[in-house]
Design a protein. Structure first.
Length: 149
């Protein structure tokens, strides 16, 4: 009698089992890529020069109509402008402050890559050089950061 009851219980369990199927899906998109098209070159300036401006250009590529966030790392993720210090190549203790700006304002949200999957971003420098600024070559680097939204 015990055997019959046990077999009946086992059969009942198997008969009442249920199943569900789940779909696994992935959408693969092009990665973001960024490249420098034009570096910012202020050229040769005379001490005392005021109101001089120069631009550089980045090219961002990725998924057509993709949204991305971009910013200049040295300005921080929430700013589209600020001060950048250039160092004298021969004597790094000598500095030249310039005003760095970009056409991207992260606080306004994302930017679109457009239907071709390409976007151009511009970064510029405004400079006023003091009459007493020491001669020399001044430089620094900036980094454009891009990420998918």
């Amino acid at each position: 009698m015990k055997k019959i009851f046990f077999m009946g219980f086992l059969t009942s369990t198997i008969l009442f089992a249920n199943e569900a199927s789940m779909t696994v899906q992935a959408k693969v998109i092009k990665p973001l890529n960024i490249e420098v098209i034009q570096h910012i070159n202020l050229g040769t300036l005379i001490a005392g020069t005021k109101g001089y401006r120069a631009e550089g250009e980045f090219k961002v590529t990725g998924e057509p109509n993709g949204k991305y966030i971009a910013y200049i790392k040295e300005l921080g993720p929430d700013s589209g402008e600020g001060e950048l210090i250039l160092n004298n190549k021969e004597d790094p203790s000598i500095k030249l402050a310039v005003h760095l700006w970009t056409d991207i304002f992260p606080a306004l949200g994302s930017t679109s890559l457009g239907k071709e999957g390409i976007d151009h971003r511009y970064v510029g420098v405004d400079v006023d050089i003091n009459e007493n600024q020491p001669s020399g070559i001044y430089e620094n680097n900036i980094t454009m950061v891009v990420r998918m939204e």
